[in-house]
Design a binder for this molecule. Structure first.
Ligand code: SF4
Ligand code: SF4
Length: 161
């Protein structure tokens, strides 16, 4: 599992959603950490990072939940931060990468004007990372639930992407 995370993190180590600091667009809106707002950790990720985390219920499954104070060492930020505002979606054995419906009303990169500027290598890297992680049955099972959770959020977004 640790090797899978090492490879997944490596795939995402240099890519960014756009070729600029998108935090300048929104004053780092997705990094305003507090006790209630945080990110889901994938199975085994807390152990890989050597951190302790809280837990949250996600579609009937207990998952790791990490909160921060709005700062971190960039090379140690969790997967959920690396891939934001996109998400892996795993259904019927097929992995895709889609705009995260939880980010739709938060992240300006998902606005109609901006979404066309998302870099292809960023999306490719997300798919590569999760293709690697899917070798773990534990992560595979979790991603099915995670995708069902995304389906629930998609019901509340304005339209299908
Ligand atoms: S909310 Fe979107 S635009 Fe703002 S820092 Fe996060 S990823 Fe970048
Ligand atoms: S861990 Fe880092 S990248 Fe993730 S929300 Fe906190 S400050 Fe932002």
């Amino acid at each position: 599992m640790l090797k899978l995370y090492a490879d997944a993190y490596a795939a995402l180590s240099t890519v960014t959603p756009i070729p600029a600091d998108c935090g300048m667009l929104c004053q780092n809106r997705c990094c305003h950490g507090d006790e209630d707002h945080g990110m889901i950790l994938f199975p085994g990720e807390a152990e890989f990072l050597g951190i302790t985390c809280k837990t949250r219920e996600m579609n009937g499954m207990e998952v790791g939940f990490f909160t921060c104070n709005g700062t971190c060492r960039r090379n140690r930020r969790p997967l959920s931060c690396r891939i934001y505002p996109y998400a892996p979606y795993f259904k019927d054995g097929v992995l895709t990468v889609l705009p995260d419906p939880r980010a739709k009303y938060v992240c300006p990169l998902l606005s109609e004007d901006a979404i066309g500027f998302i870099q292809a290598d960023f999306l490719t890297a997300i798919k590569t990372a999760f293709t690697v992680l899917l070798q773990s049955p534990e992560i595979s099972d979790m991603l099915v639930r995670y995708s069902e959770m995304l389906d629930e959020y998609k019901k509340f977004t304005e339209k299908e992407w």
